[in-house]
Ligand binder design. Structure first.
Ligand code: SF4
Length: 381
């Protein structure tokens, strides 16, 4: 398959692994004193495990899994509010499949569906809008989730709904942005991060300049990367090369997809429909200033928070405790690996998830479970 196979070429991968090993040795990286590289995006975490890159790279490279899984960082209080909306009479609640099994404090959307709520999986917010056209007697709500990758599609859907003056369609907005949590992690004195692999899809929308502060203010290298094995290996090599050379820059390995300035049409749609919330709660990271988006007043008719009187309860989101014994927050912030959670693969598994990281397609625990196996001597810390 053109534009895919060449990025999975074993010979190219071997050459990159050899070069990574050479540079890692040059900078003195060892198993005992590794270079810590955080892949921000959950899609990268899955690619790393899918292709076994964590086992193939030099032992002095340690991947730290970042908070770039939007379903995983959603506070339980917001899942509860989604269920609350979905259980209203006359509502058709729609969501991407990822969010269906994420546990709330009472139940997940899937459990609410089993109990009779009309909750449907869709592949796009436009599918939800089409449901609203076909069922004018019902109230159709779309669970708007995700980073800058998915935000333009909900913005464009709201603009379309407004053009058609559709009155029975709203979005429950939980969109969040990537740069603020990175800053929180960099400000955390307990985090040891030597460099970053930047998200490919998000950067396709926002460009690469959004990460300038990482290099400029914190002196850390960041390389925006693609999702194929040689993309990731080349990105690791680029991060190591910056460390070796004493540089801290924003580099773009994924230039075939990511323009430096992002996608102006997507950015314009987001700016038209959304504005920053003063703060938003992240599971595992707490309340982060200016890290979430809400629907602007001019599109209030399409805002499920306004229509269903939900509001954003930052304080409430903080007050909802995670289930006892779970280590989701620690995994989310890269402090421990999923296998370090006492529930991993036993109490918590894809059939009976205790945390979103086990069910989201971008969750670190799901990646470990799927590709690293259950709790085993090899998988254990
Ligand atoms: S194994 Fe389950 S409970 Fe533990 S961190 Fe992962 S998702 Fe959370």
């Amino acid at each position: 398959m053109r534009f895919v196979e060449e990025f999975r070429d074993p010979a190219a991968a071997k050459a990159l692994l050899a070069e990574i090993a050479r540079v890692a040795d040059e900078i003195g990286a060892t198993r005992a004193k590794p270079v810590h590289i955080m892949e921000i995006c959950g899609g990268h975490t899955h690619a790393i495990f899918r292709y076994g890159l964590d086992k193939l790279v030099h032992e002095g490279i340690e991947f730290i899994h970042g908070p770039g899984c939007p379903v995983c960082v959603l506070p339980m209080a917001r899942v509860d509010e989604a269920v609350q909306i979905a259980e209203q009479p006359g509502v058709i609640f729609t969501s991407f499949g990822d969010a269906m099994r994420v546990p709330g404090t009472r139940k997940s959307l899937l459990q609410a569906k089993a109990e009779g709520a009309d909750i449907r999986t869709v592949y796009s917010p436009l599918d939800a809008l089409e449901l609203a056209r076909r069922h004018p007697e019902r109230e159709v709500v779309f669970f708007g989730l995700g980073f800058e990758t998915t935000t333009p599609s909900t913005a464009l859907t709201i603009q379309q709904a407004a053009r058609e003056a559709i009155g029975n369609f709203t979005i429950f907005c939980n969109h969040i942005t990537v740069p603020p949590p990175i800053k929180v992690l960099l400000d955390d004195p307990h985090m040891v991060l030597d460099g970053f692999i930047g998200p490919g899809h998000v950067s396709m929308v926002i460009g690469t300049r959004a990460y300038d502060f990482i290099a400029r203010d914190y002196g850390k290298p960041i390389v925006v990367a693609g999702f194929e094995p040689t993309d990731l290996l080349q990105s690791v090599l680029m991060v190591l090369s910056q460390i070796r050379d004493g540089r801290a820059e924003v580099e773009n390995q994924y230039a075939r997809v990511v323009p430096e300035d992002g996608n102006p049409r997507s950015i314009a749609a987001m700016d038209d429909v959304y504005e920053e919330r003063p703060s938003f709660a992240w599971r595992g990271l707490g309340e982060i200033d200016a890290s979430g988006l809400r629907i602007r007043e001019k599109y209030a008719a399409y805002d499920a928070e306004a229509k269903f009187g939900i509001g954003y309860g930052g304080q409430r989101a903080r007050d909802v405790a995670e289930p006892e014994g779970t280590a989701c927050a620690l995994v989310m912030t890269g402090r421990i690996k999923p296998t370090g959670c006492p529930m991993f693969g036993t109490v918590c598994n894809p059939e009976t998830p205790m945390g979103a990281l086990m069910v989201s397609s971008e969750g670190a625990c799901a990646a470990y479970y799927q590709y690293g196996g259950r709790r085993s001597p090899e998988a254990a810390e």
